[in-house]
Design a protein around this ligand. Sequence first.
Ligand SMILES: C[S@@+](CC[C@H](N)C(=O)[O-])C[C@H]1O[C@@H](n2cnc3c(N)ncnc32)[C@H](O)[C@@H]1O
Length: 729
Amino acid sequence: MKQFSRARVDVRRWPTEPAALGTSTAGPRCSAPARPAQAANQTGSTSKLAGNNYTAASSSINSSSSSSSASSGGDGGSGFAAGHWPPPLEQWLVAHGGVVNGVELRQVLYPSGASDRLLVASRDHAAGDLLVSVPAALQLRYDNIEAAAAAAAAAGGGGLDAAGTDDLVAGAGGASLGIPPAEAAALLRLFDEMPRGSDTGAPAWQFKQALTFLYHLSRGAASPLQPYLAHLPGLAPGVPTPRVAMLMYDDAVDELQYGALVQDIHNQKYWLRHVGCQLMPRLTGGEAEAEAEAEAQGVAVGQAQGGAKAGPGAAAVASSASPFGGLVVDEELFGWAAAVAMSRCFGLSRGPRPTHTCVPLVDMANHVAPREASNAEIRSGSDGHVAMFAKKQIRAGEEISLTYGTHDNHNLLLSYGFTLQPNPYDGFYFDLNMETIESLVEGQGGDPGTGGLAAWQRELIAQKLGLAVGGEGGGGADSIRVYLSGVTAEAQPTAAAAAQASAGSASAVTDAPAAGSSTSGPVAAGPVRQPVDPRLLAALRIGTLQDRAWEKMLAGRSVEQIGAWGSLLARQQEITIMQLLTALASALYSSFPTTIQQDRQLLSSASLDVAAAAAAVTLTTKSTTPELQEAAGAAAPPSSVAAATSGSGARREWPMHPSRPGAISSAAAAGKEQAGSASLDPAAAAAAAHARDAAEAVRFRLGLKTTLERNLQAVVARAKELDSLKQVR
Ligand SMILES: C[S@@+](CC[C@H](N)C(=O)[O-])C[C@H]1O[C@@H](n2cnc3c(N)ncnc32)[C@H](O)[C@@H]1O
């Protein structure tokens, strides 16, 4: 029996409808990215960014390496030399050493016009049954690239530092993917160019994984993963790229009405543009190509590109250093790759090194919450394979679902492009600092003169919450992000359980391998567990004490103990605190420009727009089935094509591309019948994406307001309960 450890579905990712970026109202496509401005200090806004900042990579790419020849798999490693293309994922996995046990992939079409795919049990399963198992070599993961480069270095061929590479070589499937060492080394150098996660200082995993997707895509038939790629959103017909928040239209982003999220989205948009518009074109030869093209047409575009200008011959240099065989990566394609990476990769935190992986078929399972609602879970083996097991009994025909994590809607939108209504993990987050606490307890505090906070209270609060006492210096934070939630009375834990759960969540967050989280920062936002964040409740309990006699006793308690929902110091004081919280939730609710009722109305009309726009896409889509596209220059695997232009001058194309869902322009497809390809009308596709963004924005803010409404109900109910107890006595 192999050693299993639990796999964690990582929260932190990002999304795409590639066309959206090009037509974003943010400005001209690929103009120089503006630094993200502070979001308007509206509802829930933050005074500073949380954990998903990136800093630019410092090193520059080594342009002296050249792309080596890849061995062509001929049939793309699919094992399906003739017949249906792409092969069904289940069959492809089994043909290559995977296990698929009573599970099938289904495509569904909703009345709204949206289509989705899901995993379904094709027979009954008992708890503990193995459903799917995928070896490391069939997974798309950046550590496979790192392993291939490290193996080459260890063999003395790659010029890389071989120290500490044993675990990578043992734990991943680089060698069996047939990745040429020089290409792995070139890709590794690109990894190093990527923006760094503010929490890890290492190149952000989302970008590394996006580059890995693009690498396999560029290899065409030479990549054994090509059949998997053909099933991905954006490339498979009828399955649009998820609209992760950074790809949303700017007007829809504004409609979210939640400063903390708006700010995170602006940050991600900034970095997407930086990499997609500046770094990638420069590093893959696109900038020089664009300049040459513009020069030929007598148009100067250098300014519009915004980045460092490439010198003469830069295209040749960049393409020789690029692992993409001369193919140019632009913002649209990078946005697609980043969105796919963010929305379907799992974080593996317990292996030899934390990493991320996209696991064919397993990544088709949808998300449900809370955790008890899902019927399957994922575990990873010490040899890098990832397996999905039944957590409970599953009946034939039932959807197989996972819980990606304890994500609030803020995280879901950033990483996956959807929200859950209702979402038991949702919370209304805002920044709490000493001034806010002072204003909340005004008139109730322990300072006999002002009714504000006495010095001892300020110090105790600062110590318990990790805040700076006077707003500056002293080692504490200026502010911490806290939540109000809609957790129901039945779900509220006891004081002891709350304290324990809170400690557990903190370690889970710090264990996360992900860079670029949306809410983790110096003080990470853990999953919502009670109606009021224990740190906020602790601050109010300390801040409304009139008697210093409590100080000593509270000093010995943890913030989770002081702020546990189920405990209290004195009944009348607790009633007062509930009143303060009622005023707080009301004030936060009133800061939204629209009401719940108005949003419900807007959502119903936005849903009609979504359905109409989806219908327009269907009507304007030209089906090219079963015609194969035999684009000139695309027939050979990328590594055999040294540059973007062939000798005859014909531009080489990406073997598959999100602008041509379902189409494959590769020799690998010869003799195979395609399942279908579609030529999308860009205007109709953009309108559909825009409509979906607008609806999701309203759905998101409606969810937040509902959370605040439930929070108010919980707080008022507790106040009444305490009051009635007081009267009985
Ligand atoms: C890991 S993939 C799951 C497979 C996906 N349904 C597909 O067809 O490729 C995650 C994506 O599925 C969709 N998704 C998953 N769970 C969802 C849910 N509960 N509601 C709406 N969309 C969901 C979102 O588009 C998300 O980005």
